[in-house]
Design a protein around this ligand. Structure first.
Ligand code: NAD
Length: 354
């Protein structure tokens, strides 16, 4: 199937393939839209089953970034990059420097940051070859650095907004939350939730990650296979995408799904399945914008950590507006969010043409 016929293709502006035999780099940059500004989005390093799967992921994730940046009111469009490779075994400085050259080759139309499989240290290596990168080491008080704690902050505040809307709860005391994946974001989310008295159940394919949150925050470990069907108030997906699907939704017992993972719905119709099951879904790209808010403010320069936190604190009100509109119009929360994002991008495109 050609790229233009892929279901994930959605009028993307540019898709570029990069190859560097010396370092072994095989990468793709997908720029979905620059209507609102340069395309900002993370770099994922992953062992894809095929190049086609990597392209699909880049297309899907980059569109998600357009929507995410638009909904976070950021002056950035949406893009994403993927490096095809094993993040546990194949990382070298040369690989990320070659990736830096690749990013530089699109001349600032795409700005990279870390994502699943990449770290602040990797982005430092990228920065040796391009200035179009963020998520670098920063001094305390300044905006930027590892985006995971900032994403976790937004998700934490989003869970509070969802709990208020769906359960009438004004605090998190005793609220039960099952977190799928306690890595970069899930770990910090676990900390924030337990600090406010929530009961957290954690699952991760890495047993050491669960042990850590058990030791540090008294979270309870649950099996990876059953984390989504736990009898809890909230399920917080913080691992990978497409986990809300025809298999998982019928067995879910939570009243709320609110987590950091990108592209949680396998298909748009799964949003309807959640609505019909009376499960409130916090659209992923709205609730998980904390990291990109931090990374783009770091990139633009001049913002303090306090300013970034203030922007992240706007996430719960944005979610509540979507929840209310969805209820008022008997629509799914994902449909309402998609429409709002498309409107913002569409009016920016029209201004650009005019
Ligand atoms: P991470 O790789 O640090 O953590 C993911 C964790 O999930 C790992 O500990 C991994 O072992 C675990 N995991 C993988 N498959 C699993 C499974 N089937 N069941 C249970 N656990 C599983 O990644 P992260 O940075 O924490 O990001 C998590 C999710 O949030 C991703 O979907 C990412 O795209 C999204 N996200 C992250 C950020 C950020 O700032 N890091 C921002 C926005 C969105």
């Amino acid at each position: 199937m050609s790229l233009f016929e892929m279901p994930e293709f959605d009028a993307h502006e540019q898709v570029v393939f990069g190859h560097d035999p010396a370092s072994g780099l095989k990468a793709i940059i997908a720029i979905h839209s620059t209507a609102l500004g340069p395309a900002a989005g993370g770099c994922r390093m992953w062992v894809y089953a095929s190049t086609t799967e990597a392209v699909r992921d880049a297309l899907r994730l980059s569109r998600g970034m357009s929507y995410k940046n638009a909904m976070a009111n950021l002056p950035f469009g949406g893009g994403k990059s993927v490096i095809i490779g094993n993040a546990q075994k194949s990382k070298t400085q040369a690989l990320f420097e070659a990736f830096g050259k690749f990013v530089d080759s699109v001349g600032g139309r795409y700005i990279a940051a870390e994502d699943v499989g990449t770290t602040t240290a990797d982005m430092e290596n990228v920065s040796h070859k391009t200035r179009y990168v963020s998520g670098l080491n920063r001094r305390p008080g300044e905006a930027g650095g590892d985006p995971s704690p900032k994403t976790a902050l937004g998700v934490h505040l989003g869970i509070k907004a969802a709990a208020k809307f769906r359960l009438g709860r004004s605090d998190l005391q005793g609220l039960s939350v099952a977190i799928q994946g306690v890595g970069g974001v899930g770990y910090h989310l676990c900390r924030l939730l337990t600090e406010e008295g929530a009961r957290v159940y954690a699952a991760d394919v890495r047993p050491a990650a669960v042990e850590r949150v058990r030791d540090e925050f008294k979270a309870m470990g649950v099996p990876v296979e059953t984390v989504l069907s736990q009898e809890v108030d909230v399920v917080a997906p913080c691992a990978l995408g497409a986990i809300l699907n025809a298999q998982s939704i019928p067995v879910m017992r939570a009243r709320i799904v609110a987590g950091a993972a990108n592209n949680q719905l396998a298909e748009d119709k799964d949003g309807l399945a959640l609505q019909q099951a009376d499960i409130l879904y916090a659209p992923d790209y709205v609730i998980n914008a904390g990291g990109i808010i931090s990374a783009t403010r770091e990139y633009a320069g001049g913002a303090s950590e306090a300013q970034v936190n203030t922007e992240i604190e706007a996430i719960p009100a944005r979610l509540t507006e979507i929840f209310e509109r969805a209820r008022r119009e008997s629509r799914t929360t994902n449909a309402v969010a998609d429409q709002l994002a498309r409107e913002r991008i569409g009016s920016a495109s029209q201004r650009r043409v005019a």
